[in-house]
Design a protein around this ligand. Structure first.
Ligand SMILES: Cc1cc2nc3c(=O)[nH]c(=O)nc-3n(C[C@H](O)[C@H](O)[C@H](O)COP(=O)(O)O)c2cc1C
Length: 324
């Protein structure tokens, strides 16, 4: 393709991109067509000043949306070459995608693409069944394919040590009234195009829970439906922690999540220990890894979860006036 991407290609690909996860489902992205390239931008009106003052979460979400865009373009036979943060003077532009040589999609691209609209955060308790070794390996490969690492915490003592770090971070965050108030503004009791519906928010936390959960207004859980006693906890990390590293981590996150979905697994995310710098450093040291932890996931086999809504795709597009 010599002439660049079209508005129609952008619309189709953006409909997949917006299914990416984002903190509190704020959907902090925009997409535009510029000189034949598709660009992914952060929407400054959709920041979370109390929860995500550095913009880490928005860049990770933008990276996840970018991964979906890449897949959508690839399965349509028009894969992209990607440049991250292409304009130093415009830090809100996370990526620019220009057409590469047309080719058939690979089976992996097709499978991951097919998982985009099935993937969701499942905050309910999972079954105790262990995740098979070959699936664990696939998850690690997914992270490595996107230049990141995935550390699976094996054994009760590793998970217990992690849980202590996570609960400590949760307590630190919950002490901040602005952080608590901001979360409540994104909990939805009524249908809305963004935010977390109470039904998708997982059950209310209880004192016996090993891992902390963000309160999204969920109902008390049914008797006997406690969380699995030995959850599979996975930490995703990147080589560094620049803005570009965070976009890279977002792409790797989405690849891991889609690989998990394609493998029949459920996942929930917990980022409290990433958001508190001292907890993040403790986590990094406990793993004995170089680089920076960027996300923590609880992975297992669950009942079907509840999807969250998205804004209409056209609300996320910046189109040239004569094409809009
Ligand atoms: C950077 C980032 C951090 C997140 N942190 C948490 C978290 O700490 N707890 C949680 O329950 N969900 C977390 N999520 C998941 C979002 O709440 C979820 O993606 C969003 O509500 C959209 O729902 P979906 O994943 O089902 O599409 C996080 C997602 C992202 C991208």
């Amino acid at each position: 393709m010599e002439t660049g991407y079209t508005v129609e290609q952008l619309r189709v690909a953006a409909a997949d991109a917006v299914r990416a996860p984002s903190l509190h489902n704020v959907q902090p992205w925009r997409f535009r067509l510029r000189d034949g390239g598709i660009e992914v931008l952060l929407d400054p009106r959709r920041g979370l000043p109390a929860t995500d003052p550095s913009g880490w979460g928005a860049r990770v979400a933008g990276g996840a949306a970018l991964f979906n865009l890449r897949l959508a373009l690839a399965v349509a036979g028009n894969p992209a070459t990607v440049r991250l943060r292409p304009y130093p003077a415009e830090p809100t532009v996370l990526a620019r995608l220009v057409p590469d040589l047309p080719r058939r999609p690979t089976p992996t691209e097709q499978n991951l693409h097919a998982a985009i609209h099935r993937r969701l955060s499942n905050r309910a308790p999972f079954w105790p069944d262990p995740v098979p070794a070959d699936t664990r390996w696939r998850l690690g490969e997914a992270a490595r394919a996107e230049h990141c690492w995935l550390e699976l915490l094996i054994g009760v003592s590793a998970v217990t040590a992690f849980a202590e770090i996570a609960r400590g971070a949760h307590r630190v965050l919950e002490r901040d009234p602005a952080y608590r108030a901001e979360r409540l503004t994104w909990v939805r009791a009524e249908p809305a195009p963004d935010g977390v519906p109470a039904l998708a928010g997982g059950p209310q936390a209880e004192p016996q829970d090993l891992l902390p959960s963000r309160g999204f207004g969920g109902a008390p859980r049914a008797p006997g439906r406690d969380f699995e006693p030995e959850p599979l906890v996975a930490v995703l990390g990147s080589a560094g922690n620049t803005a570009v590293d965070q976009v890279v981590a977002g792409q790797a996150l989405q690849r891991v999540l889609l690989t998990a979905t394609d493998s029949g697994l459920s996942v929930s995310m917990l980022s409290q220990p990433i958001e508190v710098p001292s907890a993040r450093e403790q986590l990094r040291m406990s793993l004995g890894r170089f680089g920076t932890p960027q996300m923590v996931m609880r992975i297992g086999f669950g009942r079907p979860g509840r999807p969250t809504p998205r804004r209409p795709v056209d609300e996320t597009l910046d189109l040239p006036v004569h094409l809009g």
